[in-house]
Design a protein around this ligand. Structure first.
Ligand SMILES: Cc1cc2nc3c(=O)[nH]c(=O)nc-3n(C[C@H](O)[C@H](O)[C@H](O)COP(=O)(O)O)c2cc1C
Length: 337
């Protein structure tokens, strides 16, 4: 991974410093770019919330070959990780590789390592066009996320995602806060439960609502028919001063109580972070920026290496917490500061 990261640091110059820990401190306010909005407190809160969670180390047991696999949203996952939707290589990452190369390498790397990647959306056509092409290249083993457009742009993109063979589709409803889109004449809006239910009933594959930060809205999403939610503050890019996702995850997971899958993202960097989030109530996680760095720095191979690293780390923490599999993780493996 060192070569991949060194290469990414060179290629992403001026956009991402590829810091030892990707925590939002060096890139405050860099949106566009890879940073967090405003003071970046929401980005930083994600890492801080995870830091407050520690493990009770346990070694008097028989777990030496833990099972890292799981199933979520109809996908069989070798590790409980999805690559989060991130697009806009030219204006967020420095543009040294093309959007097509980026998203195709990311999705192929995920597929070859037994997980799935997601694709993003935005105003420029090339983002979703490259995304849907890549989704069809991996025969639909990916989740395209569409923004909550007000106009027919939404329906149009959903039908293109389905044509590409996507086995699940999502909406990053928290992008409703992106006033930049409105300024570009392409408004996005929040959607009430009834509107969501109308949208979801016409979509023949599992639908995922991304950007849920409260227990009551998680329940509304499940009642509207979402197959899953992503507990997310968009990596701190839409609203400053949000809590970290690890902080709100337990109450959300309790409220959802199995009515839909609970995915979480924000600040997850290592296999330890992945296990923490699962023990806090998630069914699987998404990881954002580190996947973009791995992709820019090493294309498909960079993505494969990063997934390999996550798998090795996850196995190790599972052994050292006595966690045999991901089905019924004992919450007592965690300890809180
Ligand atoms: C440069 C950039 C672009 C993003 N674009 C999208 C997008 O198009 N759609 C989306 O749902 N989320 C988008 N996100 C949010 C990520 O999917 C994810 O929620 C976030 O990056 C997770 O936090 P992490 O990077 O700390 O892991 C973007 C994030 C970044 C940094």
């Amino acid at each position: 991974m060192k070569d991949v990261r060194d290469n990414a640091r060179e290629l992403m110059k001026g956009y991402c410093r590829v810091c030892p820990v990707c925590n939002g401190k060096a890139c405050v306010g860099e949106v566009p770019g890879m940073g967090g909005l405003g003071t970046a407190s929401s980005f930083k809160a994600n890492l801080e919330a995870l830091e407050k969670v520690r493990f009770n180390m346990r070694t008097v047991h028989d777990v030496s070959e833990p099972d890292t696999s799981t199933e979520a949203l109809g996908f069989k996952l070798d590790i409980p990780v999805l690559a989060a939707p991130i697009g806009g290589v030219s204006f967020n990452m420095g543009g040294k590789i093309t959007e097509e190369e980026y998203i195709s390498s990311k999705l192929k790397g995920c597929l070859s390592q037994g997980i799935a990647g997601c694709t993003g959306d935005g105003v420029p056509e090339f983002i979703h066009e490259s995304a849907f092409k890549a989704v069809s290249e991996v025969e639909g083993t990916a989740i395209p996320f569409i923004k909550p457009w007000e106009s027919e742009e939404f329906d149009d993109k959903i039908s293109k995602a389905l044509d590409a063979g996507a086995k699940a589709i999502g909406m990053d409803i928290d992008a409703a806060g992106l006033i930049t889109l409105k300024k570009m004449g392409r408004p996005v809006t929040p959607k009430g439960k009834e509107r969501l239910a109308e949208i979801i009933k016409d979509i023949p594959v599992p639908f995922v609502l991304k950007g849920i930060m409260t227990a009551d809205e998680a329940v509304l999403a499940a009642e509207a028919g979402a197959a899953g939610i992503v507990v997310s503050n968009h990596g701190g890019r839409v609203l400053d001063h949000c809590p970290g996702t690890a902080e709100v995850l337990p109450e959300i997971s309790r409220a959802v109580n199995g009515k839909c899958s609970v995915i979480v993202d924000g600040g997850i960097r290592t296999g330890s972070d992945v296990l923490k989030m699962l023990a806090l109530g998630a069914d699987a996680v998404m990881i954002g920026r580190p996947f973009s760095i791995a992709t820019v720095g090493g294309l498909q191979e960079g993505v494969e290496k990063y997934i390999g690293q996550l798998r090795a780390e996850l196995k190790q923490v599972m052994v050292l917490t006595g966690t045999a599999n991901l089905k019924n993780i004992d919450p007592n493996i965690l300890r809180f500061k």
